[in-house]
Design a protein around this ligand. Structure first.
Ligand code: GLN
Length: 553
């Protein structure tokens, strides 16, 4: 049975609980411990799969096909914890289970209530995370979404209070992450919101042992540390200052300097060898001091929420380091190409173009024009999921002479449905959790760029889409458009096209799966790495001598 750490947040949302949890996971792993990680989300959606990424951030997909909160992406990038269906539970999912049980008559005679039935189900989910022998861990890190004081979060906090008691005399560690704002007029950091937040937590019966104080661009001073310690009933060494640090991968190093992992282990009554953070530190140094730079255009819907494509952004950071190169990813709204601007005019300065995932028809025609430009101008191109579908539509229209070729997602009456629903998706009516989800095997063809990038003949990558490449057009696309199907998923009756590329092009690859979900800092995703390499070569080829001397802002 693992030791438990609970991470809650106070004062404001987006305070950085996910990174605080992931950082601790990383530091404990570096000390030789095995960690398990979980996120409890107070919203009523059963999972975030149907939530708008522009509001809620990206939906992170696990190997076993769960659509989860983006914080699980942080866990996956920072640790080796197994991230699965069990790693995320929402209020909606918890109630769903309890109500189903009630309908089956499993509570016969009882009034079903938040305490104990909902809290019992929350505790059961927490225990389930490590219940199987192969999932056993030394430490389980459980993050509670939302902010202390929210109505929705109460059952989760109550369950944690009980969990602390259930495990007695074995200690748990409760970490509270708060904001300590700087008030300009007073010229100082204010600890009062933190005091109130911890008081709210203690009202519920949870006494934090560690407080992480987010202080923006300021440093937490000894006076504030003393004050927070006294008012919140926490030892001074366990008050950790967390100013904004860039890149995000430097945060665990900063927390470590203040003894974050030591304090947690001490609270849990555990000992472990010192952490070796050399490789991680070298990775952070490389991000800060790259030798080269490339500019990549991400063509899509205008993105206000920087978390909407979180994993893609991070995968480019990892791939950049692998190429000793800063990747400047800039968003270009595809709709401008529908309103008169030529892709050439906007995209010419870039060293590569990526088209990422998406749903719905807005901006699709603009993306098709963008693909036409990169294909014909031989600029490196990387398509991800929708990006692959767009590439197929573009080639069908412009190389096969099928002007109305389309995906049936955007034109149900197209005479040439080059992207369409397969029979297994045709009867699907419910939208939640019914896409093709999770990891599928993909066999790579010899002599392809994909095979070269991966260096292996078969891979597993994660999916999240409904529409597929229509095999009826494959032969013509291969013959007339120079398309190469470089990877397929073998099925009993037919093959699914998982990755395509172009024969006569420096680097033009597009995958139906989402490679971004498996990229890690010290294990960059192969397609991202190869694409950045191709973009760097493209840049070197067009500006002689520039590649090593570009100014890096
Ligand atoms: N909308 C497309 C589909 O459902 C692509 C989805 C995606 O890019 N994730 O197939």
């Amino acid at each position: 049975m693992p030791k438990y750490v609970f991470i809650t947040g106070g004062v404001v949302s987006s305070v950085g609980k996910g990174i605080a949890a992931a950082s601790l996971g990383l530091l404990l792993e570096a000390r030789g411990l095995k960690v398990a990680m979980m996120k409890l989300d107070p919203y009523i959606n059963v999972d975030p799969g149907t939530m708008n990424p522009f509001e809620h951030g990206e939906v992170f997909v696990t190997d076993d096909g769960a659509e989860t909160d983006l914080d699980l992406g942080h866990y996956q990038r920072f640790t080796h914890a197994k991230i699965s269906q069990k790693s995320n539970a929402t209020t909606g999912g918890i109630y769903h289970t309890v109500i189903e049980k009630e309908r089956r008559g499993e509570y016969l005679g009882k009034t079903v209530q938040v305490i104990p039935h909902i809290t019992d189900e929350i505790k059961r989910r927490i225990r389930m995370l490590t219940a199987e022998p192969e999932d056993d861990a030394d430490v389980a890190l459980i993050e509670v979404g939302g902010t202390v004081g929210d109505i929705e979060g109460l059952p989760f906090l109550e369950a944690i209070r009980q969990f602390n008691l259930d495990l007695y005399p074995q200690p748990c560690c409760n970490i509270h992450v708060t904001l300590v704002p700087f008030i300009e007029a007073a010229g100082e950091l204010k600890t009062k919101p933190t005091q109130h937040s911890v008081r709210a937590l203690r009202d519920i019966g949870i006494q934090p042992q560690v407080i992480i104080c987010r202080t923006g661009t300021h440093e937490l001073g000894p006076d504030q540390r003393r004050k927070i310690a006294m008012f919140c009933n926490v030892t001074e060494e366990a008050i950790i200052g967390a100013p904004d640090v860039s890149p995000v991968y430097a945060i665990p190093l900063n927390l470590k300097k203040q003894g974050y992992d030591d304090i947690v282990l001490h609270t849990l009554g555990m000992t472990a060898p010192e952490a070796d953070m050399k490789a991680w530190g070298a990775f952070v140094d490389k991000i800060r001091h790259p030798a080269h730079e490339v500019r990549i255009a991400a063509v899509g819907k205008y993105v206000e929420h920087e978390d909407a494509y979180k994993s893609i952004n991070e995968a480019f950071v990892h791939a950049g380091v692998a190429n000793d190169c800063k990747v400047r990813l800039e968003w270009v709204d595809s709709e401008v190409f529908e309103n008169g601007t030529l892709p050439k005019d906007k995209l010419a300065p870039f060293d590569g173009v990526v088209i990422g995932p998406g749903f719905g028809s807005r901006g699709i025609e603009g993306k098709i024009r963008a693909v036409n430009y990169v294909r014909t101008s031989r600029k490196p191109f990387f398509g991800i999921c929708l990006g692959m579908q767009i590439a197929v539509i573009e080639m069908s229209r412009n190389c096969l002479g099928l002007p109305r070729a389309n995906s049936t997602e955007f034109d149900t009456d197209t005479p040439d449905p080059v992207i369409c629903l397969l029979s297994e998706q045709r009867g699907v009516r419910e939208l939640g959790g019914t896409m093709r989800l999770g990891a599928y095997r993909c066999n790579l063809r010899e002599g392809t760029k994909a095979r070269e990038a991966y260096g292996s003949e078969s891979i597993d990558e994660r999916h999240r889409h409904r529409y597929e490449f229509n095999a009826a057009y494959q032969q013509r696309l291969e013959k007339e458009a120079g398309l190469v199907v470089s990877g397929v998923h073998p099925k009993s009756d037919h093959e699914l096209v998982e990755i395509i590329e172009l024969r006569d092009h420096p680097w033009f690859c597009a995958s139906q799966f989402h490679p971004e979900f498996t990229s890690m800092p010290l294990r960059p995703q192969p397609l991202f790495r190869a694409f950045v390499k191709a973009a760097l070569e493209f840049r070197k080829s067009r500006v002689p001598g520039e590649a090593t001397a570009v100014p890096i802002a």
